[in-house]
Design a protein around this ligand. Structure first.
Ligand code: IVH
Length: 718
């Protein structure tokens, strides 16, 4: 067993395959191996129960724990009296007041066989214990979800919540009364004649996944540590010395058992207990059911597994409980575990593996996404070999270095994620990851967007990854306005390699457009063409028309990040010519109205990229042109003013009116506010007109708008 470097066993074996079995351990090594395992478990228990910050996955913990248990069974004489397997639960946090439980809070036997056999084995044990034969009827079970949170006992005296305690080590828990009172769904007072004098309700405090994600986001914002999973976030939030912190976290509670109860029997069945608790106002989860026999248990297990990804919160299995409380009494306990209940778990959603490399993917918008290439690992029911890492900051927050051992999580259909790094397993010489300075797809320079915290390829006009979206935007109505060049056609033209750059749009011919598709659908009889002759002719006509554009539209069409219509117009008016815009420095760009540092950086990087320059030159060469940009005058009646268009104008569409106004330097907004200068109202104007009248905004018609524009023109001409 002892390896060259003096280690008792290869630890990695334990992590990935759980190969070390009790059968492999010889008697002479037993004490040493068991001590090692116990030490590990003690450390992990402390991380889990005291620090709320575990470093290993549940699966790795369970495997190690079960191995120790198996060794203790094999060598009973060597079992330590202080072994962690003797504990019912975890540890008690020393700075919270202690509470001795009226009745111990026990754990339940966990069926480690994830398959249907787990349910069959449990039913068999129960029938055996009860001395039932095959002729006897099926046993009735109450089936529930197994919540993945922390167990809490709440004591009501004369209907008033007087104490709440965590499970702690099962005998002694921590006083969290003030904290539990902040959980909104927990009743503070029970009313009604039938409330027992003493009633202890037990259940699970959990955090919903959505709230967990939001909490971690807030923690990052304020520079605090994040939580590993919703369970630890729930535990960390409840076990606070200051209840005002608990109050800020959204926690939920679900009741599933009773502790001490005074007076008559509360109910005759477990399902009856839950029904009555629900009536009293306690949250009791749906998705529970009373069934008969092992087949139905299996069915429940399977059904809830399907529901699992759609739930608002994490569960790690289901719990079967003998429904009749008479039978429960007869069954009793076996070494601190009830014989009448059993947890049937699901395959773990978390697993430990190695991140072998970090690769980069370039998305349709040019965003560079780092992806972890993982040593394949079975998690959440599938083999996972990749996980998204979102961006550079996420990698930094994780503290991930290629080669690290990582915990991967995959719940349901959710994309696998690296949830944390097992830093202790980092090997020497690990080289930190850096975002590449050039796009791995097209070689253009990359730029980091500080606002969005991501990195993008600046070769928007050139990068194959961005081609399709780029062309659709270029052709769109308010950009170059090329009719008939929608998403589907663009997709086809790019896939057919007819268009490899935006400039290729102006080189299209009828012959190319109506040629047969390279990839023919074999099932169809007739030859499929790229386009019909009519559609091709229409497209060519609108391409030709689109060559005559405005400078502002052209800038907008290039699809430079952060440059919307308004910014494009400001740039056009400020620089006047393409040459001037291309030569502008970041500093010069920030001098433009409405252009801040981030836009300026993005624009400068875009025009500096040689790949983009080449495409722009090709566009101009292909005949794209625009009239000289009129200089904006300060005294303009329209420039800088905000207009809202509403209703049907007599001789032009609202879109045409918008173009005219924008070209003259006006802003056109979709909604009326106090800042609106003019509302141009046509026939059947509705709520916008009403709002203008209430706010006292000036309302004009199309003729008055044209007059304002005319006045401007006259001034510009002077
Ligand atoms: S019954 C004596 N029902 O699972 C049995 N437990 O090891 C009392 N748990 O720590 C527990 N969902 O926190 C029961 N529907 C459920 C449960 C549940 C989660 C937890 C509980 C306990 C552990 C049992």
């Amino acid at each position: 067993m002892t390896t060259e470097n003096g280690m008792l066993f290869d630890e990695s074996e334990l992590d990935y395959s759980g190969e070390l079995r009790a059968a492999d351990v010889k008697e002479c090594d037993a004490v040493e191996v068991m001590t090692r395992l116990a030490e590990k478990i003690e450390r992990w228990d402390r991380e889990y129960y005291v620090l709320d910050d575990p470093s290993v996955s549940d699966a790795e913990y369970d495997r190690t724990f079960n191995l120790l248990k198996a060794l203790e069974e094999k060598f009973p004489a060597k079992k330590s009296p202080t072994s962690p397997t003797m504990r019912v639960g975890g540890a008690v946090r020393s700075d919270l007041a202690k509470v001795v439980h009226s009745r111990p809070m026990l754990s339940i036997h966990t069926e480690t066989d994830f398959s249907a056999e787990g349910a069959v084995a449990f039913d068999k044990r129960v029938r055996n214990e009860l001395g039932l034969t095959d002729e006897d009827p099926a046993v009735r079970y109450d089936c529930e979800m197994k919540f993945d949170g922390l167990a809490v006992a709440m004591r009501y005296e004369k209907g008033i919540l007087v104490q709440a305690a965590t499970r702690g080590d099962g005998t002694t828990g921590e006083d969290v009364t003030a904290n539990v009172r902040t959980i909104r769904t927990i009743p503070l007072k029970l009313t009604g004649k039938d409330v027992p004098d003493v009633l202890e309700v037990r259940g699970e405090v959990i955090m919903h996944r959505e709230d967990f994600v939001a909490l971690n986001r807030r923690q990052i914002e304020v520079g605090q540590k994040t939580f590993v999973n919703p369970r630890n976030a729930a535990a960390g939030s409840l076990r606070q010395l200051d209840p005002s912190i608990t109050a800020k976290r959204t926690l939920h509670f679900y009741a599933y058992a009773l502790g001490e109860v005074s007076g008559e029997r509360f109910a005759d069945t477990q399902s009856g207990v839950l029904d009555r608790l629900k009536k009293m106002g306690f949250p009791v989860a749906d998705n529970r059911r009373v069934v008969e026999g092992p087949k139905a248990l299996e069915e429940f297990h399977r059904e809830i597994q399907m529901l699992r990804p759609t739930l608002d919160f994490d569960i790690d299995g289901v719990v079967y409980k003998v429904d009749s409380l008479d039978l429960e009494e007869r069954l009793g306990f076996l070494s601190r575990e009830p014989r009448w209940a059993c947890a049937h778990k699901y395959p773990p959603e978390e697993a430990t593996t190695v991140c072998e490399a970090i690769d980069i993917q370039v998305g349709r918008t040019g965003k560079l996404t780092p992806v972890a290439r993982l040593r394949p690992v079975f998690v959440g029911g599938v083999t996972v070999s990749n996980a998204t890492l979102h961006n550079e900051d996420h990698i930094a927050a994780l503290g991930l270095v290629p080669g690290d051992t990582v915990v991967v999580r995959r719940a349901g259909d959710v994309i696998p994620e690296v949830v944390r790094v097992v830093t202790e397993k980092r090997t020497d010489g690990a080289v930190p990851f850096v975002m590449p300075a050039v796009c791995p797809v097209c070689g253009s320079a990359t730029i980091r967007d500080e606002e969005e915290k991501d990195t993008r390829c600046t070769g928007g006009l050139y990068c194959p990854s961005q081609m399709k979206l780029g062309i659709v935007h270029f052709a769109s109505r308010r950009a170059m306005g090329i009719d008939g060049l929608g998403e589907k056609i663009v997709e086809m033209l790019v896939d057919e390699k007819v268009v490899t750059s935006i400039a290729d749009i102006f080189k299209l011919s009828e012959e190319v457009l109506t040629a047969p598709l390279t990839k023919q659908d074999e099932t169809k009889k007739r030859v499929q063409k790229r386009m019909g002759p009519k559609a091709a002719a229409n497209l060519l006509e609108s391409v030709e028309k689109a060559k005559n554009t405005t400078f502002a539209r052209f800038i907008f069409a290039l699809g430079c990040r952060h440059v919307g219509e308004a910014t494009a117009l400001s740039l056009a008016q400020h620089f006047g010519t393409l040459a001037a815009l291309e030569a502008a420095s970041v500093e010069e760009l920030t001098a433009v109205e409405d252009v801040g540092e981030i836009i300026a950086q993005s624009v400068a990087a875009f025009f500096k990229e040689p790949h983009n320059q080449k495409v722009i030159a090709e566009l101009v060469e292909a005949g794209v042109k625009w009239p000289a940009v009129p200089k904006r005058t300060e005294s303009s009646a329209v420039a800088g003013k905000t207009f809202v268009l509403t209703g049907t104008l007599p001789t032009m569409s609202r879109d045409e009116a918008k173009d005219l106004l924008i070209a003259a330097g006006a802003k056109v907004s979709g909604s009326v506010s106090k800042k609106t200068d003019y509302v141009v109202a046509g026939a059947e104007a509705g709520s916008k007109l009403e709002k203008a009248l209430t706010l006292g905004v000036k309302v004009i018609d199309q003729a008055e708008m044209l007059a304002l524009l005319k006045a401007d023109e006259a001034e510009t001409a002077e």
